[in-house]
Ligand binder design. Structure first.
Ligand code: C2O
Ligand code: CU
Length: 495
């Protein structure tokens, strides 16, 4: 692990996570990139240097810190053409940000084109010295991380939109159809211990049903928020979501399959190996999940465990100040996605720079039709009504905030009392009307987008310009960032 002060070189390298050699774009030379860690309240200083030179892929880059609010520091959000221009080859950018009171399981990834699908992604963990669950559950080990990723054998610019990944990777290794028998990832455990395991979906596309034979999970954290403990035996995890849970190693000493079954692509497995078990593969799969996780059963921790519980969700008790419907559709000629009839395309000047240059209204801000201005300190309610857009379910992520999930996919109930808070939510399949709420307490341009990176690339995004008139005073802006940064843009324009 590195951090909170570290260098993060972005490099090209050949890797073969599933036995097939492919040129990749990597943070720190590994896939996933190094785990970046820090403590609550830390200032992170991550110097990202760009050493990319392979002509088959993007050579510019950015790094986004998924789930971090970047309060008063929107310019550190790492979102190409919203908060910065891409970092040109042979240049570097110092991401310098304080994480405030945020704790838990996050990640980082390129936010330029579909570049993270070529490998630029890794976990980011913020430890909480006052973690209320550490002592309550007598946790023995917190070091285990399980990443789920998808992998494509073609460089991302050549991957077609409706692709199926060639393989699914658990902790960076997997197998593809017809490929070699790459060794499975192994999680080694001691019997009769309590492990806090962090599970992250770093994929560009699939969601996975995750389970471990004969074991149950006690979920403690969702996307960086503590939740009331919830016991389940499988978790459907969508692209960009995270969970941490307790795994008790209370079964006979043996090997057990870890399953990650994607909604697109081939099932993937790894091994949970108790100390003392033989080195071989586990026996066959056990019976199907009996109590899968259901999002409506997740609730913020109402702590009797700590004195400082999360503030009561006052935002839930009244009518929202602003209600916005976002209707997804697809242009059946170009196959691009639209939200309220507009396809998001990257503007040539980052939205933050547009605001700092004086553009304050939606009609003055580019890209036309995709920028919504929001007033400060209001309760915003976003609904995503049933639609005909293909490619469901779409995992939608909001930058700069966590939101309360008032109505979850697959549910008709609205929860204004104790809905789970998270930063990425699935819109479900046809007939859902997923509804979220958040408070505009963080001036800046923040994107809301589908985290299937192939969908974002063809337009499934909007930008909320939150309290634009307060953005200049909300963050220290030096003269250099007021300039239109040297435009580095090699993205082919979409038609
Ligand atoms: Cu994981 Cu727009 O981010
Ligand atoms: Cu999508």
């Amino acid at each position: 692990a590195i951090g909170p002060v570290a260098d993060l070189p972005i490099v090209n390298a050949m890797i073969s996570p599933d036995g097939f050699e492919k040129m990749a774009i990597l943070a720190g030379g590994t896939h996933p990139g190094p785990v970046i860690t820090g403590n609550k309240g830390d200032t992170f200083k991550i110097n990202v240097s760009n050493h990319l030179n392979d002509d088959s892929m993007l050579k510019g880059t950015t790094v986004h810190w998924h789930g971090l609010f970047q309060r008063h520091q929107n310019q550190m959000d790492g979102l190409a053409f919203v908060t910065q221009c891409p970092i040109a080859p042979n240049n570097s950018f110092l991401y310098n940000f304080n994480v405030g009171t945020q704790v838990g399981t996050y990640w980082y990834h390129s936010h330029y084109g579909v570049q993270y699908c070529d490998g630029l992604r890794g976990p980011l963990i913020i430890y909480d010295p006052e973690d209320p669950y550490r002592f309550f559950y007598d946790i023995d080990d917190e070091s285990t991380i399980i990443t789920l990723m998808d992998w494509y054998h073609l460089p991302s610019p050549q991957v077609q939109r409706q692709v199926t990944p060639d393989s699914v990777l658990i902790n960076g290794v997997g197998r593809y159809d017809g490929g070699p028998e790459t060794p499975y990832a192994v999680i080694n455990v001691q019997p009769f211990k309590r492990y806090r395991i962090r599970l992250l979906n770093l994929a560009c596309k699939p969601n996975y049903i995750f389970s471990i034979d004969k074991h149950v999970f006690t979920i403690l954290e969702v996307d960086g928020e503590y939740v009331e403990p919830l016991v389940v035996d499988s978790i459907q995890i969508y692209a960009a979501q995270r969970y941490s849970f307790i795994l008790e190693t209370n079964q006979p000493i043996d090997n057990y399959w870890i399953h990650a079954d994607p909604n697109t692509g081939t099932n993937s497995t790894a091994i949970l190996r108790y100390s003392g078990a033989p080195q071989g593969d586990p026996k066959n799969r056990t019976e199907p999940s009996k109590f899968p996780m259901n999002e409506t059963n997740l609730h913020p921790m109402q702590s009797t465990l700590t004195l400082e519980s999360p503030p009561p969700p006052a935002l839930l008790q009244k009518e929202a100040d602003v209600k916005i419907n976002l209707v997804l559709s697809k242009n059946m000629t170009t196959y691009n996605f639209l939200i309220n009839d507009f396809q998001y395309t990257s503007p040539s000047v980052p939205v933050l720079m547009q605001v700092l240059s004086g553009a304050m209204s939606a009609s003055d801000l580019a890209p036309t039709g995709s920028v919504y201005t929001l007033p400060r300190n209001k309760v915003i309610e976003i609904s995503m009504p049933p639609d005909d857009a293909p490619g469901r379910p779409h995992p939608f992520h909001l930058h700069g905030h966590k939101f309360s999930v008032i109505r979850s996919a697959g549910s008709t109930a609205y929860n204004y009392v104790n809905p789970v808070m998270r930063d990425t939510v699935t819109t479900g399949v046809a007939g859902d009307n997923v509804t979220i709420r958040f408070v505009t307490d963080n001036p800046g341009p923040w994107m809301l987008h589908c985290h299937i990176d192939w969908h974002l690339y063809v337009g499934m995004a909007v930008v909320f310009a939150e309290a634009p008139e307060e953005i200049p005073s909300a963050q220290p802006v030096n003269n250099a960032s007021k300039q239109l940064c040297p435009i580095y843009n090699e993205m082919p324009s979409e038609t």
